[in-house]
Design a binder for this molecule. Structure first.
Ligand SMILES: Cc1cc2nc3c(=O)[nH]c(=O)nc-3n(C[C@H](O)[C@H](O)[C@H](O)COP(=O)(O)OP(=O)(O)OC[C@H]3O[C@@H](n4cnc5c(N)ncnc54)[C@H](O)[C@@H]3O)c2cc1C
Length: 468
């Protein structure tokens, strides 16, 4: 309960203009990019680590839920204040970004926009590979806590592969450092990896040391069209098993192609059932040969057209069309439910088939795109949350998508995190004992369960089909 007395104590930590108590101010913090809505009791904009630590200590003493929040682009309800309490707006934290060229490192505070890290690293001739499509708006703090990734995850891995050190405020308000500035570090438990992807349930990140790599010398991109989505899936698995590791392999189904063309015509083939974008990077001579091989495999697997970008402008046009998918499908209906169930690469054709069956069974507007090269598909259901009858069908369809991914040896989430919606399915994937060990970790770090409660772990009585 946040009463006047407590607000007074908060005012001794943070200046009053950074404490938002009015309904209108708090209301804009009740959303993220999922479709949930939860109003925090108070919103605070800390500027530095000591303010965060003092606020968390106060919250812990009074058993008040604390919800860290970056740019709120989470698609799993990650930052929503599902139990009210205190939202900590980490996007207003002081912004500091240093590139250490000699050691190939970036040292950053959590409020820095990921796209700015890409830009600064490139200016120094370096490369920070994790590239969620939201990188122009999302914060590095949010990326760390969701272990985000994008097309380049296929070759370069996800955020966790690039985090070597953290400064963290624990749920009891201590300030700790994990890892360090060395790429090799095996001193004790790897708390850095534990915090990355913990969705703000174990600690609040106030600084991160990121590993950078040299920028690839060259890249080549192609766009292949298919009249059968299964053929496109086979082309993807064939290329991957041929010894080529593209830096990106993206799939868009016919509904996505049409959505993009309706939204902003980009010259995509509207009659194709699927298109695949393939990019290779590295030494110019090596990638020239790899591109010829990728092209050949696409033709062999039934492509009806394969176009290799011959200029940087043509490449940018291909990627622009891919980046247009999310905004384009948002125009198709008021509610977009974006899933990221991920399967082993060899199961991509089987997953695509299952998704088509689910779409037909529940008669839903389900479109598929995603990072097909690493099995991370994004089935998106376009619906209207006011249509109660349709939402029931959506719930069952979402449930079957999760079950299909797990059945095929995959996972509930490749990128977007568990948040609230996927929590009831955790035991299906981890087993009872696996989930129990995770709960033990949470209890040890956060004895009063104040940090982002209501996320990751199923709540008592929470049923499998539940949309927040
Ligand atoms: C159009 C669109 C495209 C997207 N594309 C991708 C994609 O390609 N790949 C991908 O992986 N995701 C994608 N996302 C999802 C989202 O952008 C990512 O999850 C992103 O990392 C969230 O960053 P954020 O700053 O918005 O964090 P938020 O949404 O505010 O928070 C995310 C989580 O991190 C926690 N958190 C935030 N900051 C801190 C901190 N400093 N300390 C502790 N916890 C913290 C929050 O509590 C929450 O659990 C997309 C979203 C949209 C809307």
């Amino acid at each position: 309960m946040i009463d006047e007395q407590l607000v007074k104590q908060i005012q001794t930590i943070v200046s009053p203009e950074r404490i938002l108590t009015e309904l209108a101010e708090r209301y804009s913090y009740s959303y993220d990019a999922s479709f949930g809505e939860c109003l925090p009791d108070i919103v605070i904009q800390p500027k530095n680590t000591h303010e965060v630590a003092a606020l968390v200590r106060l919250a812990n003493e009074h058993h008040i839920p604390v919800y860290p929040r970056g740019a709120a682009t989470s698609l799993s309800g990650g930052s929503l204040a599902v139990e009210g309490g205190m939202t900590l707006d980490m996007s207003q934290f002081e912004k500091k970004l240093t590139i250490d060229r000699e050691n190939l490192l970036a040292i950053t505070t959590p409020s820095v926009i990921t796209g700015d890290i890409h830009k600064k690293a490139e200016e120094a001739g370096l490369f920070y590979p994790p590239d969620p499509s939201s990188s122009h708006v999302s914060t590095i703090g949010g990326n760390l806590l969701e272990n985000s990734s994008g097309p380049k995850g296929l070759k370069y891995g996800t955020t966790k592969e690039y985090v070597i050190g953290l400064e963290v405020v624990t749920p009891t308000g201590e300030i700790i450092r994990t890892g360090g500035r060395t790429v090799k570090n095996v001193t004790g438990y790897d708390l850095t990896r534990l915090i990355v992807g913990s969705e703000g349930t174990l600690g609040i990140v106030t600084e991160a040391t990121l590993r950078l790599i040299p920028k690839p010398l060259a890249r080549k991109t192609l766009l292949a069209s298919f009249t059968s989505i299964n053929d496109s899936g086979h082309a993807i698995t064939k290329i991957l098993s041929s010894g080529i590791l593209p830096s990106a392999m993206e799939l868009m189904d016919n509904a996505c192609i049409r959505a993009v063309e309706n939204y902003q015509p980009s010259g995509l083939p509207i009659d194709a059932e699927a298109i695949v974008i393939i990019e290779v990077d590295g030494h110019p001579a090596a990638i020239a040969e790899e591109m010829v091989n990728c092209e050949g495999i696409c033709w062999e697997q039934g492509a009806t057209n394969v176009k290799v970008a011959s200029t940087e402008t043509e490449r940018n046009e291909i990627w622009k069309a891919r980046k247009m998918v999310s905004p384009a499908i948002m125009q198709m209906g008021p509610t977009k439910i974006s899933e990221d169930a991920t399967v082993p690469r060899s199961q991509i054709p089987a997953m695509v088939e299952k998704l088509q069956k689910i779409r037909d069974k529940y008669q839903l507007n389900l479109v598929v795109f995603g990072h097909a090269g690493d099995g991370n598909l994004h089935p998106n259901i376009i619906t209207d949350k006011r249509n109660i009858e349709e939402m029931k069908r959506v719930e069952y369809a979402v449930s079957e998508i999760f079950e299909a991914a797990i059945e095929l040896g995959g996972t509930l989430s490749g990128e977007h995190g568990i948040g609230t919606l996927k929590a009831p399915y955790m035991e299906n994937e981890l087993g009872r004992d696996g989930l129990f060990m995770m709960k033990k970790i949470k209890e040890a770090w956060d004895p009063n369960n104040i940090l982002n409660p209501g996320k990751i772990f199923p709540q008592p009585g929470q049923t499998k089909v539940v949309l927040i």
